[in-house]
Design a protein. Structure first.
Length: 213
């Protein structure tokens, strides 16, 4: 039975490589960081979200996978690009072989930020000009652009486009529910016969927790 490994999320650009001797237990916590990359045959990499963007990566050719927690801080620190680079550096993957799924998170419809945050996205959205004003940010699109800039083909990136704030019956949202919000767990890992299938099937599963894990 596969075990789920998660990082201690700290809204950073830290990418953790899951070691061969991974933490034990059905749900194990690694060190501080906001992305995991692994080629472990019996582990699932997971991240918890409640408005931040979950991103799942897979390279079936090299049997690699990764999970990314991308809030606005991690996005401005290029956490998605750095996860791809970690897969390249530690496992020799090629970006052309990576498939990505960008899951539900706060949408531009609900994510209005002040100029002190907006200005940090100028390099990601150059067409918007100087961002010294209040604006609505599209974190999903920002991370899609990062993955493309890292070499992941645009046609191999799936974006859910679902807003966790708007869809109250479907998702947890910290911005909407504050301290009452639970968390969703997005996981990815190898499945039986994934190499024979030609490419891995990445599956994001949302596990609702009312305990705010």
């Amino acid at each position: 039975m596969s075990r789920v490994v998660t990082p201690k999320q700290v809204h950073s650009d830290i990418v953790l490589v899951v070691p061969e001797e991974a933490p034990t237990g059905p749900t194990a916590r690694m060190g501080s960081g906001d992305a995991l990359v692994s080629n472990h045959p019996r582990l699932l990499a997971g991240i918890r979200t409640a408005d931040c963007i979950p991103i799942l990566l897979v390279d079936a050719r090299s049997r690699l996978f990764g999970a990314i927690h991308a809030g606005w801080r991690g996005t401005t620190q290029q956490i998605a690009r750095k996860a791809v680079e970690a897969m390249m550096r530690h496992f020799g993957t090629h970006p052309d072989d990576i498939w990505a799924a960008i899951g539900p998170g706060i949408g531009a419809c609900c994510f209005e930020v002040g100029p002190e945050v907006a200005v940090q996205f100028e390099s990601i959205f150059p067409e918007a000009g100087e961002l010294n004003r209040r604006m609505k940010l599209d974190l999903g699109e920002a991370n899609r652009r990062q993955l493309v800039s890292a070499g992941v083909p645009d046609g191999q990136i799936e974006v859910s486009g679902l807003c966790t704030v708007c869809l109250e019956e479907e998702f947890h949202s910290y911005r909407r529910d504050r301290e009452k919000a639970g968390r969703m767990l997005s996981v990815i890992g190898p499945s039986e016969g994934w190499a024979d299938a030609g490419k891995a099937r990445a599956e994001a599963r949302a596990f609702h927790s009312h305990n705010g894990v």
